[in-house]
Design a protein around this ligand. Structure first.
Ligand code: ADP
Ligand code: MG
Length: 697
């Protein structure tokens, strides 16, 4: 094994490299930009660019690319070489400050939600110096933000950076009221736990559904699934272990803090968790992690599936967004300390989050919506589509006491005794986990568990940061007017708990009773993407984003539109893929099997009328009836797709049609297909089965 500290970040133009390679004055100027957002002087940029280029060339680079996160759901890059012609017909390798700071990619083919017409092709990418440049596949990658010629934001990074600014400003105001004048900046931190599946590449290549849509559209359940719980935290198989080791090395060299790896609940499902970092970096790193997972898998003859629901009947994949807020002085603002009841500052931040999550439940649901994630939310494997918060016994006790205006008695920490002398005793954690909660307090951070595995984490974090910034602003406005700060804070906390405690739920979120109870409490239950999107453009939400300069009204509408369009297109592709599989593969395969059975029966009869042909006859009859049904369902799905065209001009109605009509027909077609699979001889079935896919690695 390579020397990890030595290889860690070796492909990153990070602080250490900057210190080594930049003149002192340049380094200092760049640090001021990184830390305080000061504009970068072009002369400084020129020196930085040149140093970056020399370093990148030593790492084998010939090209550079601005790397950005448009609304496609994947990252984008366009590579330019460093070459510059000289008078004598040769070339030299050059990279200017201008090229580092600004790019002008043609933006016409990226989704803009109707913000720009195609003829306004120009877009800008602008260097984000808070995220380090890195080297990958022979190119120098420069993380950038992406906007249109007229300044509308076309990416996920810009609003994230804006939301981080907002929460910082308001949190600093609050901390000033607590006398913390030394805090000048507050950042949100995130550690995203990433789930994924690994399947054999040879089997994958035989499945059009996996190739075109990332999930199986047909497939009968295997005799064994996850019912024995024998995969979760199970011993990692050699082939997977090799993949994981390779992945870790690649991630470490890119400066990504890959920390934990283990098998997940479903067969062939795994998880990787990094150590948390600033939200902006965590987002870039998570995008890179997903990309590298796919690339490394290929090297091992595997395919990494990041879809939220690749297989029916076993767990889908999610991403847990562990989120906290910390100061530039190193304080985690969500750390309750030893005595939460006396930690007014912590309780005030907690109150702001409770109020924010309650008032903007709909936005949090919107932030995790995707066609893929609709399969998970509400199924008994992921948190339901209802947003609620879990705080744990101790905090709940503190809040109850505050609400009632009585002193907090406290819960004694108990010693866990293992009853075996050689094992150490340890203190029991008072914040027992509630694994079913969508938004759980886990000691010194919140864990937002509704994200789908393929999601870019910027969206939920934009929403979270903005919501909490709004509440902190309200609190700071109110408290800065108070004559008696201590009394005013406690009163504000008490009032907030009273008004918003409906969002707190400590019970089992998977239980049916919760759905009923949540409705009584007036909480949203937005089951599908179209339902959620209708809330995106609610007046209060548009106002929130506009007020905090995160999205203009136009940009909010555009984002909503992009989501709706993407949803309809995704289901359309799935429906077309199903039809292709059904008509070209499944129908002919079952027909051929029926024909063989018929031939066998006829041959037997021609030998002697006494030979029984009951088995063949029954199967032929049964499968023939199913084939009729199957072909009827094919026709129905085709007709439904044609009918969809009527709603094409209204993104919301179009998506609703795909959700309610097209998807329903797909399910019906699948049911018969899967049923026929269970009766058709293996040699005739055109695809690797669930058993093959889930248990072959
Ligand atoms: P789990 O039991 O859910 O696996 P862990 O304690 O392993 O929880 O942490 C999960 C993730 O939370 C890790 O990525 C970790 O780095 C991250 N995390 C820990 N502290 C913070 C924090 N202050 N802010 C953001 N993420 C954090
Ligand atoms: Mg977790």
């Amino acid at each position: 094994m390579a020397n990890v500290p030595e290889m860690f970040g070796s492909m990153v133009f990070n602080d250490k490299t900057m210190k080594e390679r930049l003149p002192k004055a340049t380094y200092k100027a760049l640090q001021k930009t990184i830390q305080n957002g000061d504009p970068l002087d072009i002369n400084v940029a020129n020196i930085v660019a040149n140093a970056m280029k020399d370093w990148a060339i030593e790492k084998g680079c010939t090209h550079f690319t601005h790397w950005f996160q448009p609304m496609t759901g994947v990252t984008a890059e366009k590579h330019d070489s460093f070459i510059n012609p000289t008078d004598d017909g040769n070339v030299i390798m050059e990279f200017s400050g201008k090229e580092l700071i600004k790019g002008e990619p043609d933006a016409s083919s990226f989704p803009s939600g109707g913000i720009r017409a195609t003829f306004e092709a120009r877009g800008y990418t602008a260097w984000d110096p808070t995220s380090y440049a890195f080297v990958k596949d022979g190119s120098l990658y420069i993380p950038t933000a992406f906007c249109s010629y007229t300044g509308e934001v076309l990416d996920k990074k810009t609003p994230l950076l804006r939301s981080m600014e907002r929460i910082s400003t308001e949190a600093v105001r609050i901390l000033k009221l607590f006398g913390k004048d030394d805090v000048t900046r507050v950042t949100t931190t995130v550690g995203p736990e990433q789930e994924y599946f690994l399947v054999d590449k040879e089997l994958y290549d035989q499945r059009k559904d996996l190739i075109f849509t990332g999930r199986t559209l047909f497939g009968a359940k295997a005799p064994k699934g996850q019912e024995l719980d024998d995969h979760y935290f199970g011993a990692i198989k050699t082939r997977v272990a090799k993949f994981m080791a390779d992945l870790d090395s690649e991630l470490w060299s890119l400066g990504i803090y890959a920390k934990t790896k283990h098998n997940e609940v479903a067969p062939s499902q795994h998880e990787l968790a990094p150590i948390f970092t600033t939200t902006n970096l965590a987002t870039d790193h998570n995008e890179l992690t997903m990309e590298i997972m796919k690339k490394v898998a290929e090297r091992h003859g595997l395919v990494c599936l990041l879809h939220e629901k690749p297989f029916a009947g076993v767990n889908g994949s999610g991403k847990h967004n562990n989120w906290s807020i910390s100061t530039n002085t190193g304080e985690n603002l969500l750390d309750p300390g030893k005595e939460p009841a006396k930690n007014t500052q912590f309780l005030l931040f907690l109150a702001a989050i409770i109020k924010g999550v309650d008032e903007y439940q709909d936005l949090l649901r919107v932030s995790v919506a995707s066609a893929g994630n609709d399969h998970r939310l509400g199924a008994n494997e992921a948190p339901p589509a209802i947003i609620s918060m879990f705080l744990g016994d101790e905090l709940q006790g503190v809040l109850d006491a505050i609400e009632k205006g009585v002193p907090y008695e406290g819960t004694e920490k108990t010693k866990m005794q293992m009853g075996v002398d050689v094992l150490p005793d340890f203190m029991k954690d008072t914040t027992d986990r509630n694994r079913t909660s969508p938004f759980a307090f886990t000691g010194n951070k919140f864990e937002f568990r509704m994200l789908g595995s393929s999601l870019n984490i910027s969206c939920p974090n934009i929403m979270l940061n903005t919501i909490v910034a709004e509440e902190l602003q309200q609190f700071a406005d109110e408290l800065s007017k108070a004559s008696d700060f201590d009394t005013a804070v406690m009163e504000l906390i008490r009032k907030t708990i009273k008004e918003h405690k409906r969002i707190i739920f400590n019970g089992n979120n998977y239980a049916d009773e919760w759905v009923v109870e949540a409705e009584k409490r007036g909480l949203y239950n937005l089951k599908t993407l179209p339902e959620a999107m209708a809330r995106y453009v609610d007046k209060k939400n548009i106002e929130l984003f506009a007020k905090h300069n995160v999205y203009t009204e136009k940009e909010t509408y555009a984002r909503c539109e992009i989501q709706l369009e993407n949803y309809s297109k995704t289901i359309n592709i799935e429906a077309l893929t199903m039809l292709d599989m059904a008509k070209k593969d499944i129908l002919p395969a079952v027909t051929a099997y029926v024909s063989e059975l018929t031939d066998t029966a006829l041959a037997k009869k021609s030998l002697s009328a006494d030979i029984p042909t009951d088995v063949e006859t029954k199967l032929v009859s049964d499968l023939s009836q199913k084939l009729v049904c199957f072909s009827k369902k094919i026709e129905e799905l085709e007709n439904t797709l044609i009918a969809a065209a009527e709603y094409e001009d209204d993104a919301q109605k179009y998506a609703e049609f795909y959700c309610n009509e097209v998807f329903a027909k797909m399910q019906e077609l699948r049911a018969i297909g899967d049923d026929m699979e269970t009766e058709t001889a293996s040699e005739y079935w055109p695809y690797p089965t669930y058993g093959d896919l889930l248990f072959s690695v």
